[in-house]
Each structure stands twice: as structure tokens, then as C-alpha cells.
Write a protein that binds this ligand. Structure first.
Ligand code: G3I
Length: 302
């Protein structure tokens, strides 16, 4: 196959990218995105601040722009994200306790009511674990009570029973890290107690502080063994090593429940990291990089 999406489809997987609504008028950008990818994540447009800027007043204009572009071009979406400590609108950032808990529930219901049956995967909860100690990250949501994550998942299941519900985080790629073990134990506990969770998203932002490690394949297979799908949701590799990209793809291909890979942007110039870090598969002019060829070859060898 000659595109990332077609190559991934050979093994029943998808290959996705993050899309920014403000770039949908850029023909080079949409040309690459439409040709190469079959799964789309809104980079910012379905987050809490975008979709509920005033409490109880939902705005899906930017999210729908991306949704319409994706569906008109035959692509599916990953919804990102319903409950998160970051990118909360001002009204939510100042809330606490039971009123915040109820606002979280209302937010999940409002967004999923709008997209019900339309978006097959949702990052229900994003980045809820502490970077160092394997426990929960302190946040206004965490201070509403330790059960906030399972309440978010139960609310999402009831609101859209057709959606696969994911927990998504960064620095849970290295199997030996405390944060990875913390999330693993949460998923294990949720499965044991019947809390509805279907998938884990490994964001996979690799850099010198959190480099790719060959135990990544162990991480993917250990999560999968809990009975959840695993998705690589926000892949970028600072420096853009072609061999590291191939390793990531091969690790996903080695685990049948690793269902797809999403890179966090189209061209280097589209990356949140800045083009100078060369983290993606296309250069700033839209040309395929060595990393692109490496990923395509790995997918085709599956
Ligand atoms: O749109 C405004 C613009 O009007 C304003 O002039 C400008 C000035 O700051 O800001 C623009 O908004 C920025 C937005 O990106 C769109 O470019 C925000 O400030 C900026 O904070 C926001 O950054 C996003 C970041 O999440 C916020 O947390 C990045 O684009 C996005 O790539 C990044 O994505 C996250 C995932 O959601 C979760 N995992 C980590 C990942 C990388 O940080």
C-alpha cells in the first residue's frame, strides 16, 4: 500500500493524525491529511474550554468543522477529551466540590448528547496521574473525590453506549515507570469492578526526558491483557528518528489489541513542539521524511 491509512488497514488498523480547524483552509495540509490518514483527532476543538465556554452553553462550531471534514472524507474520529485538569474554561477552573463534580457530569452528557453515535472512541479522562509517584495528579477534579474517574466513565457509557471509552495519558509508555504502573492498576481495578472502560491511549510523546524504550511492547501487551484495546494516540518523536518510528509501529503490530496509531500533527510546522524539533512524518513543506518511509515500510511488512 502507498499511504499510511491503506497500509495500516492491511492489518485491520487505522493511522490517524491530529487536525486543527484553523488549518482546514490550507490545501497542502488537507491534501496530505486526506490522502494519508483515516482517523482524526481534534487537536483542541473538542476540549472542555472549546465545547462549553460558558457553563451550560455548548459550542460545537469548531468541533463540527473537523467532524464534517472528517466524515465527508470517509474518516472516523477519536473524541478528545471530556474530563481533564487542563484547558478548563474559566468558569470550571474556579469550581470545586460537588458543584464541580456535577459540572463534569453535565459536560460529559452535553458533549456526548451532541456526538452520540458519531464518534467511535472517546478519551473520557485525560492525564489524571501524577508524573512521578504513581498516584493521582492533584487537580480540582481529583479534589472532588477519588471516584471522579469512574463517575466520568459511567456517565459516558450511559450517554453514548456505542462509544468505546478510553483513558489517555503521557509518560505511561515505559513499563518500569511508576506512572505506568499506577494507570495499569487503575484499569485492572476498573475491569475487576465492572467500571466501563474499553481502551487505553498511550499518548507517546517521546523526547530526551521520556525516550522510547524497548519495553514499550511490554506496556502495550500488558494493558491489552487486561481486556482493553490499546491505541497510540498522540505520537511524536523529538528529532524524528526513523528507526524509533519503526520500533513504535512494530510494537503496535505485535499486539493484536493495539488497534491504531495517531500522530500529533501533519507537518513538523504543525506540531505543538515547534518545527525545529522535527517530530512528525512530513517536513514543513509537506514532503515525506525518512520517518514516513520507515513507518510505511513497517506497516507494509505486517
Ligand atoms: O487559539 C488561540 C489564539 O487565538 C491565541 O492567540 C493564542 C495565544 O496563546 O493561543 C491559541 O490557543 C492555543 C491553542 O493551542 C491553539 O493553538 C493555546 O494557547 C495553546 O495552549 C494550545 O495548546 C494545545 C495544548 O494541547 C494545550 O494544552 C496544543 O495545540 C495541543 O497540541 C496540545 O495537545 C495536548 C493534548 O491535548 C493532550 N496531551 C498533550 C498534548 C500536547 O501538549
Amino acid at each position: 500500500a502507498s499511504t499510511l491509512a491503506a497500509a495500516a488497514q492491511q492489518s485491520g488498523r487505522y493511522f490517524g493524525t491530529a487536525i486543527a480547524s484553523g488549518k482546514l483552509g490550507d490545501g497542502t495540509y488537507t491534501g496530505i491529511a486526506n490522502r494519508e490518514f483515516d482517523m482524526i483527532t481534534a487537536e483542541n476543538e473538542m476540549k472542555i474550554d472549546a465545547t462549553e465556554p460558558q457553563q451550560g452553553q455548548f459550542n460545537f462550531s469548531s468541533g463540527d468543522r473537523i467532524y464534517n471534514w472528517a466524515t465527508q472524507n470517509g474518516k472516523r474520529m477519536r473524541g478528545h477529551t471530556l474530563a481533564w485538569h487542563s484547558q478548563q474554561p474559566d468558569w470550571m477552573r474556579n469550581m470545586s466540590g460537588s458543584s464541580l463534580r456535577q459540572a463534569m457530569i453535565n459536560h460529559i452528557n452535553g458533549v456526548l448528547n451532541h456526538y452520540k453515535g458519531k464518534i467511535p472512541y472517546w478519551d473520557v479522562v485525560n492525564e489524571a496521574y501524577d508524573d512521578n509517584n504513581g498516584g493521582r495528579r492533584d487537580s480540582n477534579l481529583q479534589r472532588t473525590g477519588n471516584d471522579w474517574i469512574e463517575v466520568a466513565f459511567r456517565t459516558a457509557r450511559a450517554a453514548d453506549p456505542s462509544a468505546k471509552l478510553c483513558y489517555n495519558d503521557y509518560n505511561i509508555d515505559n513499563w518500569t515507570w511508576a506512572k505506568t504502573q499506577g494507570v495499569y492498576n487503575m484499569v485492572k481495578d476498573f475491569k475487576a469492578r465492572g467500571v466501563p472502560i474499553d481502551c487505553v491511549g498511550l499518548q507517546s510523546h517521546f523526547n530526551s526526558q521520556s525516550p522510547y524504550n524497548s519495553n514499550y511492547r511490554t506496556t502495550i501487551s500488558q494493558f491489552a491483557a487486561l481486556g482493553v484495546d490499546v491505541a497510540i494516540t498522540e505520537l511524536d518523536i523529538q528529532g524524528g528518528s526513523a528507526s524509533t518510528y519503526a520500533n513504535v509501529v512494530n510494537d503496535c503490530l505485535a499486539v493484536s489489541r493495539c488497534i491504531g496509531i495517531t500522530v500529533w500533527g501533519v507537518r513538523d510546522s504543525d506540531s505543538w513542539l515547534g518545527a525545529n524539533t522535527s517530530p512528525l512524518l512530513f517536513d514543513s513543506n509537506g514532503n515525506k521524511k525518512a520517518a514516513y518511509n520507515s513507518v510505511l515500510n513497517a506497516l507494509n511488512a505486517a
